[in-house]
Design a protein. Structure first.
Length: 106
């Protein structure tokens, strides 16, 4: 399965647009608390633990989207967009990561 943020693939022709596919994941309420607890991990302005959790959430969302495309019989997903958003009361106690794209047959 080819996954791409571009709307076309070099040297590949899209024969059928099969529809929009999505994947979502939400990181639980302890995410923000855990982030601040892991502040000691910050080196050079970056937090390794925070980045790891974001990467895992992104990977889950992409995997769900890919699995949906495979069930449709797609060869690729193009035009992939990733969104990160806080959700929940009081400014968001959870982080939601969504991936969306267009499933295509090549």
């Amino acid at each position: 399965m080819i996954l791409s943020t571009t709307s076309s693939l070099d040297n590949r022709k899209v024969s059928t647009y099969m529809g929009i596919v999505t994947g979502e994941t939400i990181i639980g309420a302890n995410f923000i608390k855990d982030f601040f607890a892991g502040i000691r991990d910050i080196v050079g302005g970056r937090s390794g633990s925070y980045e790891k959790v974001l990467r895992e959430a992104k990977d889950i969302a992409l995997k769900e989207m890919e699995e949906q495309a495979q069930r449709m019989g797609a060869d690729a997903v193009i035009g992939i967009d990733l969104n990160y958003e806080t959700v929940g009361p009081n400014g968001g106690s959870m982080l939601m990561v969504t991936a969306s794209g267009t499933a295509v047959k090549l």
